[in-house]
Design a protein around this ligand. Structure first.
Ligand SMILES: NC(=O)c1ccc[n+]([C@@H]2O[C@H](COP(=O)([O-])OP(=O)(O)OC[C@H]3O[C@@H](n4cnc5c(N)ncnc54)[C@H](O)[C@@H]3O)[C@@H](O)[C@H]2O)c1
Length: 337
């Protein structure tokens, strides 16, 4: 089988490529990635010379590039996106271009190439936010995105469904929560906090750390996508459940692993449109037989270890980078709620 992976130099895409080449060594992978600030070819250094792996530097919104990349492809797994909420507050149009237009260009080319499956990777943020007592999201929860990031991902999900309904393109969609694991860009919460602490800096925690997120190990995510490709029904969406934790709980676990105390926390203002809670009811996927293997509490020690051992990977990414959450708050300071 020949797979086209979009955004394979990003966090989840690179972990997925590692997973796939290991568990399906006979398959061939084409990785189409524009190498934006979030694309790190270093994450794939160890497989660069694998004869079953090919890299194409290109933009998913560019029809010609996508058409060429689609040649001979059986299955598309679409990760490429602008993915950082704070950046979406600063530059929403870039998110619409990549996440909505880019997905439409891919869908068109996939239809033309008569591929066997188009799998779209999306987020639980399309469903909006939950209160403490609300039941978790299901596949039937109405869409209610509240940030330019989640709105652009919602737009891409709708397009994928429309290509199934209108043209019969064989699609599946998964929506999941925050991922964690190796090769995670140090501008996202867990790696940012770990690397700040490793460098003796405080960690910026929004509000009082009361916001709740679900956490899914990136390896569980890769296995779940593989499972949906094999057992999922065409035209269906599946939610992949993780574990709920407050941001304070995650911070306290990291501090305790690193032998530090809460004086290393710097409390900062909430971002604009900061969703309070996300939670997923993953029964639909579980009923097909999929199970999560990892647990965030027991994994964090290992993740801290990975960042300690792989400074070569994350240090250059942090150096000289603007801190985007502060920029997002500054440009719209009066609207912070
Ligand atoms: N990270 C999470 O916790 C999480 C949770 C749920 C869903 N998702 C979804 O999973 C997917 C992957 O997320 P991630 O965290 O790995 O993202 P990421 O930001 O780490 O990586 C995105 C990758 O896409 C590439 N890219 C961006 N624009 C492109 C374009 N126009 N053409 C080609 N390539 C382009 C980047 O270079 C990068 O390699 C995204 O669709 C995201 O919405 C992420």
């Amino acid at each position: 089988m020949k797979l086209l992976i979009t955004g394979g130099a990003g966090f989840i895409g690179s972990n997925f490529i590692h997973y796939w080449l290991k568990s399906h060594p006979q398959d061939r992978i084409v990785n189409l990635d524009a190498l934006t600030y979030a694309g790190h070819p270093e994450s794939l250094k160890d497989i660069e010379t694998n004869p079953n792996y090919q890299f194409i530097k290109g933009d998913i919104a560019d029809g010609n590039t996508v058409e060429q990349a689609m040649d001979g492809i059986d299955v598309v797994v679409h990760f490429a996106a602008e993915s950082h909420v704070d950046r979406s507050i600063i530059d929403p149009l870039q998110f619409v271009r990549t996440n909505v237009l880019g997905t439409a260009v891919l869908l068109n080319a996939a239809l033309e190439a008569k591929i066997k499956r188009f799998h779209h990777v999306s987020t639980d943020e399309v469903y909006g936010e939950l209160g403490l007592e609300d039941p978790p999201f299901t596949e039937d929860t109405p869409y209610n995105p509240r940030t330019p990031y989640s709105a652009s991902k919602a737009g891409s999900d709708h397009l994928v469904r429309a290509y199934f309904e209108t043209y019969g393109l064989p699609v599946t969609i998964t929506n999941c929560a925050n991922n964690y694991g190796p090769y995670h860009d140090p501008e996202k919460l867990i790696p940012r906090f770990i690397t700040n602490l490793l460098e003796g800096e405080k960690v910026p925690l929004m509000g009082k750390g009361e916001n709740i997120r679900e956490w899914l190990h990136v390896g569980d995510h890769a296995e779940a996508i593989d499972f949906v490709l094999q057992k999922g029904e065409v035209g269906e969406t599946y939610l992949i459940q993780g574990e709920e934790k407050t941001n304070m709980e995650i911070t306290q676990t990291l501090l305790s692993i690193m032998g530090l105390d809460e004086s290393m926390i710097e409390f900062v203002e909430h971002r604009l449109g900061h969703d309070f809670r996300y939670a997923i009811n993953g029964e639909k996927l579980k009923s097909l037989g999929w199970e999560r293997k990892h647990s965030v509490d027991s994994d964090l020690q290992r993740i801290v270890g990975w960042y300690k051992e792989n400074e070569w990977w994350w240090k250059p990414l942090k150096e000289g980078r603007p801190i985007v959450d502060r920029m997002a708050q500054k440009s719209y300071g009066s609207k912070i709620h």
